[in-house]
Write a protein that binds this ligand. Structure first.
Ligand SMILES: N[C@@H](CCC(=O)N[C@@H](CS)C(=O)NCC(=O)O)C(=O)O
Length: 290
């Protein structure tokens, strides 16, 4: 474990999520729920219950292991590449603490400790490992908490969808660091509408989830991405009704609903302070001209 004496420990004072109870262990009801999930769900209380069941089935008994040793995230107090990790841990109902990088000295300390394999954050301490590389982190969590499909073909689909979403979100992530964001913003909007959203709109014609009728990493990234897009382009989903209903269903999943409340560990849109901190920590002197 990294020695974090000069780092700020941030722990949002919300209680642990309520335990998921209900149909766990009941095979017949699980089967009924599985069948239900193949039909377009209505946005009603019944869906919320089914969502809890879906998450419960997804996590299985594996989530109890996470209770004992806390997951620790090392990143900035901002979204960046860590935000999808926060989303995924939240959906998996895994508690985590965060150490925020606020000074270059903190970053150098992580480097000197040998904690950063490629001298980069995000860094996630989990299960006795110091995990870096965002996709490796996401895959580990998805695998551990049954959010990665049932076989290699489903995993390939989940990976393809996820990679597309990460590409799109990374474009948005870079915006605050670019010298002239307006053309980039226009490019993101047209790419989103022409390249990415139609894929997901089509995939969600009928199914409730993107792959295998079951919640996966791809669904979690998709809801994160649609919300991010709407922050920049509020009407962007108007021509994508399946995506809009998908988003509506996902945000009713209790863990996600809590994550979207003020005071949760979800980070706000990047502001000047966040950009300044990142640039200071990495010794970046001029806006990027990407
Ligand atoms: N492929 C890596 C890239 C990580 C990355 O670029 N991290 C940035 C912060 S978001 C960083 O640490 N930059 C410092 C550097 O590259 O020297 C990942 O996805 O985790």
């Amino acid at each position: 474990m990294v020695h974090c004496a000069n780092m700020q420990l941030y722990h949002v004072p919300i209680g642990p999520p309520p335990p998921i109870t209900g149909f766990r262990g009941c095979t017949r009801l699980r089967f009924v729920c599985f069948i239900c999930c193949h039909f377009t769900a209505l946005l009603d209380v019944d869906f919320i219950r089914r969502s809890e069941n879906a998450v419960s089935q997804t996590l299985g008994s594996k989530n109890t292991a996470a209770m004992s040793d806390k997951v620790i995230l090392h990143y900035f107090n901002g979204r960046g590449k860590m935000e999808s990790v926060r989303w995924l841990l939240t959906v998996a109902e895994v508690e985590f603490d965060e150490y925020y990088l606020t000074t270059r000295e903190q970053y150098l300390k992580l480097l000197n400790d040998g904690s950063l394999l490629f001298q980069q954050v995000p860094l996630v301490e989990m299960d006795g490992m110091k995990l870096v590389q965002t996709k490796a982190i996401l895959h580990y969590i998805a695998e551990k908490y049954n959010l990665f499909g049932k076989d290699i073909k489903e995993r390939a689909m989940i990976n393809m969808y996820s990679e597309g979403l990460i590409d799109l979100m990374e474009m948005m992530m870079m915006l605050p660091f670019t010298a002239d964001p307006k053309p980039k913003l226009d490019n993101i909007q047209s790419k989103a509408k022409e390249r990415y959203l139609p894929v997901f709109e089509k995939a969600l014609t009928g199914p409730v989830y993107l792959v295998g009728g079951k919640l996966s990493l791809a669904d979690v990234l998709l809801v994160e991405c649609t919300l991010m897009l709407e922050e920049k382009f509020p009407a962007i989903l108007k021509d994508y009704p399946n995506l809009k209903s998908f988003q509506g269903r996902m945000i009713q999943i209790p863990a996600i609903s809590r994550f979207l409340q003020p005071g949760s560990k979800r980070k706000p849109q990047p502001d000047e302070g966040y950009v300044k901190t990142v640039m200071e920590v990495f010794n970046i002197t001029a806006p990027l001209s990407l």
